[in-house]
Design a protein around this ligand. Structure first.
Ligand code: SAM
Length: 293
């Protein structure tokens, strides 16, 4: 426990899939003026320096955000083409890099904080004793004290206490590190309890696609829970390569419960772009499935 530091993975293809979907979910909810509450159950450090520390050990951003940015720039320069579906995501990343050089990658807390309107609230959970201090420091730069609460607590046990939010409109991002095999089990009970308390909330669950029984079973387990609560769901996966025996993460997925009706159409456009931009061999592909009640 506690060996996971998200800085090793900041700006990876998995972050891109997760954050691109997250932005779409928030902006959909914000189409109505009513306040929303966003809960990020596994916050990490908030924002990452891609040119320093853990990030340069793994350089996962090279095959992630750097590759995507170059793809977008090349398409704009060579054929004057802009892939609209990834523009908004790139804008959110560029906001932290105003001098046009990509030095920082915003994690979910920073991306979410920047999207907040005055009436919205953000709740962040982080359990790692070092990460929580960095998160507090980083979020302190944003001067949004009244809108953001940070909890140094186990979100798997504490999430239910925040549901339903007073606004009755909300989004919960569940992005565990799956460092502990038990996370798969905790995730299930947390989602089950959360739906009992706040059935209409939008839940976005990230998962790695790795050769582990629990990981392979996760989407089916989530579908079962969503179906038992008569909730719509959407499942999107992005594989950037298929290289047997390679230990790096080659694919990940997002499972959304109560997705907005716009999400599937949006991902039908965005996922092929991500495969083209981030795909490393012919095994690159996406999956998109949904079920509407
Ligand atoms: N959501 C972040 C993002 O997209 O930028 C990345 C989060 S990272 C995958 C997972 C984080 O959850 C780690 O920083 C880890 O310390 C933290 N964590 C692990 N178990 C936790 C728990 N039970 N409650 C709260 N945080 C936890």
């Amino acid at each position: 426990m506690f060996s996971y530091r998200h800085a090793f993975h900041a700006g990876s293809h998995a972050d891109i899939l997760k954050h691109l979907i997250l932005i779409h979910l928030v902006e959909y909810l914000q189409e109505k003026p009513g306040a929303i509450t966003i809960i990020d159950t596994h916050a990490g450090a908030g924002i990452y320096n891609l040119k320093d520390g853990f990030a340069i050990v793994s350089n996962e951003a090279d095959c992630g955000i750097y590759r995507l940015k170059k793809f977008a720039q090349d398409r704009a320069e060579s054929s004057n083409q802009f892939d609209e579906s990834i523009q908004r995501y790139l804008e959110c990343i560029e906001m932290e890099n105003p001098d046009n050089e990509l030095n920082f990658y915003p994690g979910s807390p920073f991306i979410l904080a920047r999207l907040l309107r005055p009436q919205d609230r953000l709740k962040l959970f982080e359990l790692h004793p070092k990460e929580i201090d960095i998160l507090r420091h980083n979020m302190g730069q944003l001067k949004q004290v009244k809108q953001i609460d940070i909890y140094a607590e186990d979100s798997f046990t504490r999430l239910k206490g925040l549901l339903p939010p007073p606004s009755r409109r909300g989004l919960v991002l569940i992005d565990p590190s799956y460092e502990d095999k038990q996370d798969y089990r905790y995730l299930e009970s947390t989602v089950e309890e959360a739906l009992q308390r706040f059935a209409t909330g939008c839940y976005a669950i990230w998962y790695p696609i790795i050769s582990r029984r629990e990981s392979a079973a996760l989407p089916e387990r989530m579908k079962k829970i969503a179906n038992s609560h008569a909730r719509s769901w959407l499942n999107a996966e992005l594989r950037v390569e298929n290289t047997p025996g390679e230990r790096r993460l080659q694919a990940s997925g997002m499972f959304i419960i109560n997705p907005p009706w716009t999400l599937e159409k949006y991902l039908e456009k965005a996922l092929p772009v991500l495969v083209r931009a981030l795909g490393q061999n012919s095994g690159a592909q996406f999956l998109l499935k949904s079920f509407e009640v």
